[in-house]
Design a protein around this ligand. Structure first.
Ligand code: PDD
Length: 286
């Protein structure tokens, strides 16, 4: 079956989908994005993703391309046309097309909107959660505004490649004081010896992950204590459990940080339990 992409108002064959060479997303990374999971044909936590998209657009002073409702329709239609039951839908909004010049273009330039969707085999993600993943640590070298979900992801790309080169699945950025900020495409968590969840506060310096926020709610519901504070790499290496969260990885246990095995080297019970309960807390919409 051929894949379909949404590009600026039209559904086109994925293989022929194109954006203009002077799209500011292409030339300046001047754009934002969202990745929303599709689970059993439902969008997962759509309102939270839409709210974060609006915030990212607002922080960069990019006009909303259309209402959240209309965007929701495009997401669903793209999912439907690609027959995705389990997978993800990707949405990107750039400041639009204009002659290459650093300041914002003058006049009313239309933001450019691209949406794609693809299937992911749930068995594959389940397998990685069953085995747990390894992470490496890399120095934090990103700009301060990583709270904005911008498409400017070069440090993340390099960090993730470093992880691949080391045979690991994710890289955790570590700030100048030795504290873990977040992963290249995930939020980072540990479980201390008393069974408390520790994760960095999401004010600044990390992306306020939607999955993270659902886990915060789920933990509160289940009576699992959460402490929102930064943790060091050394603490992570001695933690009872560690895990990462994102729309595509949900809750994925971490069993190794650099050369240190976490706990007994198997996914911990708290992480696995949070993963198992995730959809009972997430908001599914069709
Ligand atoms: N990444 N931190 C970073 C840097 C991320 O890129 C992501 C998501 C997260 C987790 O956020 P959420 O729970 O809302 O997915 C944290 C997406 C999945 C990506 O870039 O593909």
């Amino acid at each position: 079956m051929s894949r379909i992409a949404y590009v600026n108002g039209q559904y086109v064959p994925h293989a022929h989908a194109q954006v203009h060479i002077e799209d500011r997303g292409y030339q300046f990374s001047d754009g934002v994005y969202e990745v929303c999971e599709v689970h059993d044909g439902h969008l997962v936590d759509e309102p939270r993703h839409m709210a974060r998209l609006s915030r990212s657009l607002g922080e960069l002073r990019i006009r909303e391309p259309m209402s959240s409702k209309a965007l929701g329709h495009v997401l669903r239609e793209t999912v439907r046309r690609n027959r995705v039951r389990n997978g993800l839908v990707y949405l990107q909004v750039s400041r639009g097309v204009a002659k290459r010049d650093h300041p914002f273009p003058k006049g009313d330039v239309e933001p450019a909107v691209v949406v794609t969707a693809r299937s992911i085999d749930p068995k594959k993600t389940a397998k990685s959660a069953e085995n747990g993943i390894s992470v490496i640590t890399v120095p934090e070298n990103r700009w301060e505004r990583v709270d904005i979900k911008s498409v400017s992801l070069l440090p993340n790309v390099l960090a993730r490649q470093a992880a691949e080169d080391a045979g690991a699945s994710e890289a955790w950025f570590v700030d100048a004081d030795g504290f873990v900020t977040e992963g290249s495409a995930t939020n980072a968590w540990i479980v201390d010896q008393d069974g408390r969840l520790i994760t960095r506060p999401a004010e600044f310096g990390i992306l306020r992950g939607i999955t993270r926020s659902v886990i915060v709610d789920l933990a509160a519901r289940e009576g699992v204590e959460i402490v929102e504070r930064p943790f060091t790499v050394e603490e992570a290496k001695k933690a009872r459990e560690a895990f990462v969260t994102s729309a595509t990885k949900l809750v994925t246990p971490v069993v190794k940080v650099d050369d240190s095995v976490i706990g007994n080297g198997k996914p911990g019970s708290i992480s696995s339990n949070l993963r198992a309960l995730f959809y009972s807390q997430a908001e599914l919409s069709s």
